[in-house]
Design a protein around this ligand. Structure first.
Ligand code: AMP
Ligand code: ZN
Length: 138
């Protein structure tokens, strides 16, 4: 529990939340400032700042819930699509520094913009070089 962390304060019950589900490990709640109807967050109860601090096995269990809630949201809201998003670091858009997964139902003509434009096209040599570089750190 981190005192100045809003999600830890939610987990401790100090701040109210619209919780849909919780167990010992996770909370699933509505985002208070949603991108679309049905935007939910899955958060671990333990304070970890970002993916670099998250146990991969906890992440695996978390994704099981993401999969289950994707279907539950679709059944509830009838959304045509869904984005699962997870931001790490300010530069990547993280604003709450307690790890969380976003499930954002998408609707025809909603005004949400998630995406990027390609900055370049890599050559086969560059691709190979990056494969080698990354492999050297595995
Ligand atoms: P991120 O920008 O990925 O760190 O996402 C943080 C998310 O937390 C945003 O979508 C906010 O709308 C959401 N948020 C902030 N405060 C609360 C709160 N008190 N209850 C629920 N969601 C919140
Ligand atoms: Zn926290």
């Amino acid at each position: 529990m981190k005192k100045d962390c809003i999600f830890c304060r939610i987990n401790s019950g100090e701040i109210p939340s619209a919780t849909i589900f919780e167990n010992d490990e996770f909370r699933v709640m509505l985002d208070r400032f949603p991108a679309t109807n049905g935007h939910i967050l899955i958060i671990p109860k333990e304070h970890v700042e970002d993916i670099y601090e998250l146990d991969p096995l906890v992440a695996a269990r978390m994704f099981e819930f993401a999969t289950r809630f994707a279907s539950i949201l679709k059944k509830t809201f009838g959304n045509e699509g869904l984005n699962i998003l997870q931001n790490n670091g300010k530069v990547a858009g993280q604003t709450v520094f307690h790890y969380h997964l976003h499930l954002i139902p998408r609707y025809e003509n909603d005004s949400v913009r998630i995406g990027w434009e390609a900055n370049s096209q890599m050559t086969s040599e560059e691709l190979e070089e990056f494969v080698d570089k990354i492999k050297s750190n595995m």
